[in-house]
Design a protein around this ligand. Structure first.
Ligand code: OAD
Length: 262
């Protein structure tokens, strides 16, 4: 953390926080801005985060039981049903004021902003953001668990309904196109995210605990290249030490004001 980092108390009005105006000045001056969001970005839309002690998805399920290919191969029906349940929940959620503020900012500055997210909920796109780099996939798409032996490969749409659906020709199982522990991130998406991180002058890191790599390495790379990393999160994170400024407020509250008129 640099000497300009500032940790306000929770109840302080963010407009009175020196980090708020300092961040606005950085955003005004920056030619290239990167945003990396995590589960907290969607918390005010009602989507549970992963690591909140009471409500987080990983507080009552073990990631290794649900977000892991080995677990899927052992209990495909159980894991598939959990993702279908989550999919139904995500169908009902709406973008919050933070997603909308970022989308409107991108519409005003299409060349300046690159938006990367660890979220699979598609709420940035629902708010109107385009070109979103989905580091961990999304809840909408599925893919084959194993490579299709046919050329051309059977389309995913061929899968026969089931839990999980199977290809009637090859017998292969579908799986959610979400990055699980042990999976590689989509190579092109990661390469674009790395490029944006190395080129930006400001990176907003919003609503992530900063514990999952390689995503958490992107702000570190940006900071090494001289970018000002701004963390927007009501709680401490693993990345606070590299922050130029800490804005310890919920993102749906602070983002509309932070980006207003810039
Ligand atoms: P976590 O659950 O680890 O962290 C969520 C963060 O959001 C915490 O730091 C909270 O303090 C913060 N937060 C909560 N409410 C907020 C609000 N209103 N505004 C801003 N921040 C808020 O979620 P991620 O860091 O996204 O991976 O987790 C990273 C990855 O771990 C996920 O993408 C997922 C998970 O396992 C995969 O599924 C591959």
């Amino acid at each position: 953390m640099t000497d300009t980092a500032h940790t306000p108390t929770k109840n302080q009005d963010f407009r009175a926080d020196p980090a708020f105006e300092a961040t606005r000045a950085l955003l005004r001056a920056a030619q290239r801005i990167a945003v990396m969001s995590g589960a907290g970005m969607s918390a005010e839309s009602g989507v549970p985060t992963f690591r909140d002690a009471q409500t987080g998805l990983w507080s009552n399920c073990r990631p290794e039981d649900l977000a892991d290919e080995r677990a899927y191969r052992q209990r495909p029906g159980w894991v598939w049903d959990w993702y279908m349940y989550r999919r139904e929940q995500l169908k009902t959620v709406k973008p919050n004021a933070g997603h909308i503020a970022l989308a409107e900012f991108q519409q005003r500055h299409p060349q300046r902003l690159t938006l990367m997210t660890q979220n699979v909920d598609r709420l940035h796109q629902a708010a109107g953001s385009t070109g979103v780099l989905e580091l961990h996939g999304n809840w909408v798409d599925d893919r084959w668990l194993d490579p299709c032996p046919k050329t051309p490969a059977c389309p995913v749409s061929r899968a026969a309904p089931g839990s999980p659906p199977r290809c009637p020709e090859c017998g292969h199982l579908l799986r959610p196109d979400i990055v699980w522990f042990g999976d590689s991130l989509p190579a092109q998406v990661l390469a674009e995210a790395e490029r944006a991180s190395l080129a930006c002058q400001v990176m907003l890191v919003i609503g992530t605990s900063g514990v999952v790599y390689p995503a958490a390495g992107l702000p570190i790379a940006a900071q090494h290249m001289g970018a000002a990393v701004i963390i927007i999160n009501p709680a401490p994170t693993e990345l606070d030490r590299i922050a130029r400024h800490l804005l310890r407020y919920p993102s749906a509250q602070v983002l509309p004001a932070l980006l207003d008129d810039i």
